[in-house]
Design a protein around this ligand. Sequence first.
Ligand code: KG4
Ligand code: ZN
Length: 344
Amino acid sequence: MSLVLALETSCDDTSAAVVRGGEVLSSLVSSQHELHAPYGGIVPEVASRRHAELLDGMVAAALAEAATGWDDLDAVAVTQGPGLIGSLLVGLAAAKAIAYRRRLPLVAVNHLQGHVAANYALGVEAPFVCLVASGGHTLLAVVEEGVRYRVAARTMDDAAGEAFDKGARLLGLGYPGGRELDALAARGDPRFARFPRAARRGREFSFSGLKTALLYDLRERDEAEIEAHRADIAASYQAAIVTQLVEKTVAAAAAEGLRRVALAGGVAANAGLRAAMAERCAAEGVELTLPPVALCTDNAAMVGLAAQHLPATPWPEYLELDAYAGDAEAGAGRRRRAAGPPRP
Ligand code: KG4
Ligand code: ZN
């Protein structure tokens, strides 16, 4: 069990946390949503600059809140990828600098393993099936030990978070729309409109047809009807996403012979999903771990939790580590720079 300072800057949330074992001593997240909202999406260059401005203060505040001094730390952990490369590089450079100066080891964490690890704050025990659903990913991870997992299914097209965000945009909600759609859906009737519960057969997820179905549904209604039933349409759309997530997760657990299920990623914050998954798991006699909402959306605590299960790179070898933007590069980023492609 080690005392870890963790940083997460893979997207548009600047976050720092202090974690010991499965215990989160402090966890601070500064969301940049308002900064990007006028653009209707994240502007990578703006995100990187904001991370650089905020990080020092966030680290100091996370240490203070955990009543931890620099000398107490055993390691520094940081998200290495996947994500926005500029944003990742700000976090990685900061983590390297902090660790190097104090001769500490550094733990490079994969963002998705981080999401899975949020469940260790609740003391879940592997093996379990974890639905990882975020803005960029949707997959079923069969967690074998610690944060090591095998992928049992993934999405063939959009991520579940993307389906929420695109649906929210069509419904005239703000960006990112998942949380707003969730709140709106809570007041609506999920049986109002029929949306395809897509890809019933097969293990893989699919959400792009659903988004198109919403587009056509809205085209067929006039403004007044949409205005009167916005919450009902949102609830119906959310129910279609949630049903697919719940059914595929429960089916995967059965196929794997596992009676333990967990949720992870921003979409796991969805109230409709949490309620439906809890109900379905209870009916199936499957144990469900639901991390607190703050540990589902991007945060550094999950990175510190993952670090407890991953090898540390010793001082000063990690100075050679690179961030990686995509899934395919995971692992490749561990290579030394000299072994990688020539750099400009
Ligand atoms: O894990 P996350 O914070 O960042 C990524 O790694 O992508 O996930 C962000 C995604 C966004 O698509 C956001 O709209 C969605 O999670 N999200 C939600 C809710 N809160 C966040 N989707 C549905 N309901 C929510 N309450
Ligand atoms: Zn995430």
